[in-house]
Design a protein. Structure first.
Length: 62
């Protein structure tokens, strides 16, 4: 597995999360009173904004 494979996998998870219910996610689990995400501690993958980050990452350093 290389860096590009990891990026593509992360984009796939992000897009899946945007299109599906979090309750159907294979990485979701229930923590006491709410659904948690096993992939991200800081929020659902649909909040990652990876496509925008990847599109603009080279612009900051010319």
């Amino acid at each position: 597995m290389n860096r590009e494979d990891v990026v593509q996998a992360a984009l796939t998870v992000e897009r899946w999360c945007e299109e599906q219910s979090c309750g159907n996610c294979p990485f979701g689990f229930y923590k006491a009173w709410r659904l948690g995400c096993a992939v991200s501690m800081k929020g659902d993958p649909k909040t990652w904004n990876l496509e925008e980050f990847l599109r603009t990452r080279g612009l900051k350093h010319d």
